[in-house]
Design a protein around this ligand. Structure first.
Ligand code: ADP
Length: 589
């Protein structure tokens, strides 16, 4: 080694001094930035972060600052996941791609990350590749040369500012110091303070976001509920009303909350119920009718809300709309009396004519009159059989059993002809016009069930055109489907009933309609019978002018002809065509 001259030594000392001066300047700049940063982060912390987007923006800002202050290429936060026992990299991170963030995770027992997390002390890694503590895949994945890793500690302080609890939530890595230098003890001091404030921001923001997400989820659930929910506080003010409740009581969307209940809901019964509940009465389960504008029936349940000292702080009431339920119950009981009447009327008539014929020992009635009597008895028997068959089908559907199809090849033109002929005998006021497309192919369906559909539609057409007119039955083929419609020139159907016409027991409550006998199950069955054929039924009507009922069924429902094998599988094996009307239909199915 050669001796240095005094000049050379002087030069070297000067250079060393220069380096130190520049390092001091760097440190001073870093200190200034750190102070500014701490000031900023305390203001950030005082304005709570309420969304994931805000948290992400704050972290991004924090990571950029850290990168700048420590002159590092990369920095990433890893949070501990108790479910997996792993430390997982969080987005955003500085200098890491989204894929790298996704992949970068280590067990809390492994590597430098695990050690810092477990021991709560920082570690500087000067050479990540050779350091035995590092996880080499991660070093390679993130191209780490050197690193500074500190714990992310959340401190809970008491009123005097004393730290009463420390909770380690993860670690913070800063990788690859620029300029070929190492991380130093000063860097640790700088980063420790930053990491503490980042940890506290993250943990309180995550908690806040989780709570507010849960709150939002609850609110969404409440708003989406079909039942109305009303919460009234101890002073009688509305604290919460979900949209169903607002709809039920005709309250506009932005009204309600904060106002006295009497100003929001006009219904006296509701006030009474809430008042008595707030007064300490037993929690109620009542039924009330509200007119807004038409009558709706609600089942109301109330429950008291109690504060910490067990005082009554409010009441929550839920309203379930049971209008349809009540109306079906009413229709059901009406149905029972209608059916008894419907059974008795033909029986009385049959009995009367049979008795008359039996009593006619003198031969008072000529042959023609007798035949007329027999014809009436025959028709009344048909009516009875039809009714009983409808009832059987109804109970089948109601008990959830499938309407099994007995498939066979059917000549639709012939079937329509037979049904029209049989229905013609019940009226002398109507003309029948049967329009069948030429060369209609033979189709595969359940003859007896389609007979029932046609019989129901044509007998309705007769019934609901009491002044007569033409009844047109039209059958045509369209896109491998058979389209059949029955048109009458009768009383028509009010528009508001169209949507409910195929519901069970539904009958139009107009005078003209109620004059006709009926049970309200015919169209309900038509719909189910057609749907069992994977078809559809629809209606068009004009009040006072007439109605058209149309049903569409696929031409071939057999397993070979069906593209939908699951539907075909529920259908029974094809059977030879059975002759006969709806009566024998039921007997056979
Ligand atoms: P019902 O046994 O009462 O005839 P349906 O289910 O067959 O039962 O029909 C339900 C209601 O639909 C009837 O009560 C009637 O009010 C109305 N309706 C059905 N068909 C017609 C039609 N062709 N013209 C007018 N109203 C009809």
């Amino acid at each position: 080694m050669t001796e240095q001259t005094p000049d050379q030594q002087e030069e070297e000392i000067q250079a060393e001094l220069e380096r130190l001066r520049s390092q001091i300047a760097q440190l001073q700049e870093a200190k200034r930035q750190l102070e500014a940063q701490l000031k900023d982060s305390s203001t950030t912390a005082s304005a709570p972060i309420t969304t994931s987007a805000e948290l992400e923006a704050t972290l991004r800002w924090f990571l950029r600052r850290v990168g700048m202050i420590l002159q590092a290429e990369k920095s990433v936060l890893m949070l501990y996941e108790p479910e997996t026992g792993e430390l997982a990299a969080q987005s955003p991170a500085l200098g890491l791609t989204p894929d790298e963030i996704e992949i970068f995770r280590v067990r809390a027992t492994e590597g430098v990350s695990g050690q810092v997390f477990r021991e709560g002390r920082p570690i500087i890694t000067d050479d990540a590749t050779s350091d035995p503590r590092t996880v080499k895949e991660n070093v390679a994945l993130l191209n780490v040369r050197n690193a500074l890793t500190v714990p992310l500690v959340v401190e809970r302080k008491d009123a005097e500012g004393m730290v009463v609890e420390k909770n380690n939530i993860g670690v913070f890595h800063v990788f690859n110091k620029r300029g070929n230098v190492r991380f130093s003890e000063e860097d640790i001091t700088l980063i420790n303070a930053l990491a503490r404030s980042a940890a506290s921001v993250i943990s309180s923001a995550k908690l806040y976001i989780a709570v507010s997400d849960e709150k939002r989820e609850l609110e969404r659930t409440l708003q989406g509920m079909l039942a109305g929910v009303l919460v009234v506080d101890g002073g009688g003010g509305v604290r919460l009303m979900n949209s169903a409740a607002k709809h039920m009581f005709g309250v506009s969307a932005d009204d309600g909350t904060g106002k006295p209940l009497s100003q929001v809901i006009r219904d006296e019964e509701v006030h009474e119920l809430i008042r008595s509940c707030l007064g300490g009465d037993a929690e109620a389960n009542a039924e009330l009718s509200v007119y807004s504008p038409e009558e709706r029936v609600y089942q109301v349940q109330t429950a008291l809300l109690r504060g910490e000292d067990d005082d009554i702080s409010g009441v929550v009431a839920t309203f379930n709309d049971i209008t349809e339920l009540r109306s079906v119950e009413r229709m059901k009981s009406e149905f029972v009396s209608t059916v008894s009447h419907e059974l008795r009327t033909p029986l009385t008539s049959i009995k009367g004519f049979v008795r008359t014929l039996l009593d006619d020992s003198e031969g008072y009635y000529d042959r023609e009159t007798q035949i007329e009597f027999y014809r009436i008895i025959d028709a009344e028997c048909d009516r009875l059989v039809r009714l009983i068959s409808d009832l059987l089908n109804l109970s089948r559907i109601e008990s959830g059993r499938a309407l099994d199809l007995v498939l066979g090849e059917v000549d639709l033109a012939e079937l329509i002809g037979r049904v029209v002929d049989s229905q013609r005998s019940y009226t002398n006021k109507h003309e029948f016009d049967v329009i069948i497309q030429e060369d209609l192919p033979r189709i595969i369906l359940d003859r007896d069930k389609i007979d029932q559909v046609l019989t129901n539609l044509i007998s309705n057409a007769i019934k609901y055109s009491p002044d007569g007119g033409t009844i047109t039955v039209h059958a045509r083929e369209m896109d491998d489907k058979m389209v059949v419609s029955v048109t009458d020139q009768g009383i028509g159907i009010p528009e508001e009933h169209i949507g409910r016409l195929f519901n069970r027991f539904h009958r139009v409550d107009s005078r003209d309609s109620r004059k006709q006998y009926g049970t309200g199950i015919g169209l309900y069955l038509v719909k189910h019978l057609v749907e069992a054929h994977r078809g559809e039924v629809s209606v068009e009507s004009s009040l006072g002018e007439g109605s058209t009922f149309t049903f569409v069924v696929p031409e071939d429902l057999s397993p070979e002809g069906s593209s939908d094998t699951s539907a075909a599988a529920s259908v029974q094996a094809p059977a030879p065509e059975t002759a006969g009307d709806g009566a024998s239909a039921e007997a056979s199915s």
